[in-house]
Design a binder for this molecule. Structure first.
Ligand SMILES: [Fe+2]
Length: 294
């Protein structure tokens, strides 16, 4: 099968486009790559854009974009998706830097955009704001975790990295432990969007920068059990949650285990089902408050 190999971008609707754009540029340190009448494209580094904002009544994540390998055939990928009974659409030049895009909906209603990237932005990292390495993952609340997980694995070629009990799946489409994670909670909606930082020092600088700009942490800093990443969560001005993370587990798919780290409890650390236990959430012991689930 053809597998998607990278998360490329996430697209949001948001009521106040200017305010949310300012957050992404001045606080997170992304750059405005392009602007249309009701849309803003925000870049981190090599991709033309990692975040797309469009004006909408409710803050919500409406689309997620994935790349397939340069040698993969998008037409063959389309056949693979349609073979699962999924209605597909092909769009020519739908967004800046993307000339050919396959579009379809996942079972929870998020639009999936799959394409090949032919050229790169050659953008330098900025020096204002948090300045993450990249968009890392998007997490969703879902009503049917088994169904949506199966869709991502069967249709898009994701692999299961870990589960928490039978209600929270962590799925990868490359070496990073998770690119999409799905938590069954009784509704279909955005949970958080995560950006990768360098290391613990970068986390500290970022948390201080958030604080001096009036952004309080919702949870963290801590170290997750599942994925073993350092984490800190806050809410952007539109209310959606952003996670900053570092040191996420990386999989060696040939060998079937995650690269060894001193904070692992298993040796080797392999994909597994974790008990619904505080250590799965935060190895350092502090559990999330109710605010995280709103
Ligand atoms: Fe996360």
């Amino acid at each position: 099968m053809i597998r998607v190999s990278k998360i490329a971008h996430a697209s949001y609707e948001t009521p106040d486009l200017d305010q949310q754009t300012e957050y992404y540029t001045d606080i997170l340190g992304l750059s405005v790559a392009a602007k249309e009448k009701d849309a803003v494209y925000l870049a981190s580094t090599i991709d033309h854009h990692s975040i797309v904002l469009r004006k909408g009544a409710q803050p919500q994540c409406v689309r997620v974009g994935f790349q397939i390998a340069p040698e993969a055939d998008l037409g063959e990928f389309e056949k693979q998706v349609a073979g699962h009974g999924v209605k597909t659409e092909r769009k020519k030049d739908p967004e800046p830097s993307i000339d050919d895009m396959l579009v379809f909906a996942d079972p929870k209603g998020t639009v999936i955009e799959v394409f090949k990237r032919h050229d790169f932005s050659h953008r330098k990292f900025t020096n204002k704001g948090v300045v993450p390495h990249k968009l890392g993952h998007v997490a969703f609340h879902v009503t049917d975790v088994k169904g949506v997980t199966k869709f991502y694995c069967d249709v898009l070629g994701f692999r299961e990295s870990d589960w928490m009990g039978d209600f929270f799946s962590f799925l990868r489409c490359g070496p990073d432990h998770h690119t999409i994670n799905l938590m069954e909670t009784g509704s279909n909606r955005h949970f958080h969007t995560a950006f990768e930082l360098r290391d613990w020092g970068h986390m500290q600088t970022a948390c201080d920068y958030l604080s001096t700009n009036g952004y309080k942490l919702l949870w963290g800093p801590g170290r997750h059990g599942i994925g073993h990443n350092l984490f800190a969560y806050h809410r952007g001005p539109n209310g959606l949650i952003t996670e900053l993370f570092a040191e996420l587990d990386r999989m060696n798919d040939e060998l079937g285990y995650f690269e060894p780290r001193p904070w692992h409890r298993d040796s080797p650390q392999r994909p597994k089902v974790w008990a619904k236990d505080p250590s799965a959430s935060n190895l350092w012991g502090v559990l999330p408050g109710d605010e995280m689930m709103k």
